[in-house]
Design a protein around this ligand. Structure first.
Ligand SMILES: Cc1cc2nc3c(=O)[nH]c(=O)nc-3n(C[C@H](O)[C@H](O)[C@H](O)COP(=O)(O)O)c2cc1C
Length: 212
């Protein structure tokens, strides 16, 4: 089970990792993997101490040399603080955490843009090799709330693609976690993991010393 705390990029739980991980570890008989807010060895040591068997990282791995994310956003991630995210239903229709940019503020302020969704869903139909008419009537038949959710998603997919592939922060929008404020470099995955293990061991030694 992946326990995704409130700090996470995109769709985190209502509670933070600090409470969610021990809660799930206590109540589930299957291994819990911690996600949401983990970007360095201190966090990994903490997640393991809270009862997780492993950790999944999104925001940290997004900002590595091997990550296909556009360089503009790797740079922006390092500039942004822990406070520079927005959490709203008005980006993809469900509560979602994204990087605080002018484009994200605008999207959240204006809410669902139906005409844009009409055109963006045509792109999706093309990418999926689906006849648009079939997709359109299928969505209509699914009822208003489902059609509204799919319209949000059509616009969100486009905004994410513009951010991740084109690197355009004027119209693109990127899901990002609060841990962006803990990220100050773009290492290779090998460098990152080597450092994380060292940091986790140092954190463990610090905790042991404090408890002795
Ligand atoms: C660029 C990016 C895109 C993501 N897109 C989605 C998504 O479409 N749906 C989803 O449920 N989670 C998405 N996530 C969230 C991750 O799956 C993961 O739960 C999250 O990144 C963990 O928290 P962290 O970012 O604090 O490490 C995305 C994360 C990032 C960084």
């Amino acid at each position: 089970m992946i326990a995704t705390g409130q700090e996470a990029a995109a769709h985190g739980e209502d509670v933070t990792s600090l409470v969610l991980i021990p809660h799930l570890a206590e109540n589930l008989k299957i291994p819990v993997i911690a996600a949401g807010g983990f970007a360095d060895g201190r966090g990994i040591a903490a997640a393991l101490a809270l009862g997780a068997e492993g950790v999944a990282m999104g925001t940290r791995l997004m900002t590595t040399k091997e990550s296909p994310l556009h360089e503009n956003y790797k740079k922006l991630t390092q500039e942004k603080d822990v406070y520079d995210t927005l959490f709203s239903k008005r980006f993809d229709g469900i509560l979602c955490r994204v990087m605080k940019t002018d484009a994200a503020k605008r999207a959240i302020k204006s809410g669902l843009n139906w005409p844009a969704a009409f055109f963006n869903s045509q792109d999706i139909a093309r990418q999926m090799n689906l006849p648009y008419v079939k997709l359109f009537f299928g969505v209509l038949a699914s009822g208003y709330s489902s059609a509204k959710q799919l319209a949000y998603l059509a616009n969100a997919f486009k905004a994410i693609r513009i951010a991740t592939e084109d690197g355009d922060s004027k119209t693109g929008i990127l899901p990002v976690g609060q841990s962006q404020g803990l990220i100050h470099d773009v290492p290779t995955i090998a460098e990152l993991f080597e450092r994380i293990v060292k940091e986790a061991k140092a954190a463990q030694a610090k905790v042991n010393a404090a408890l002795d």
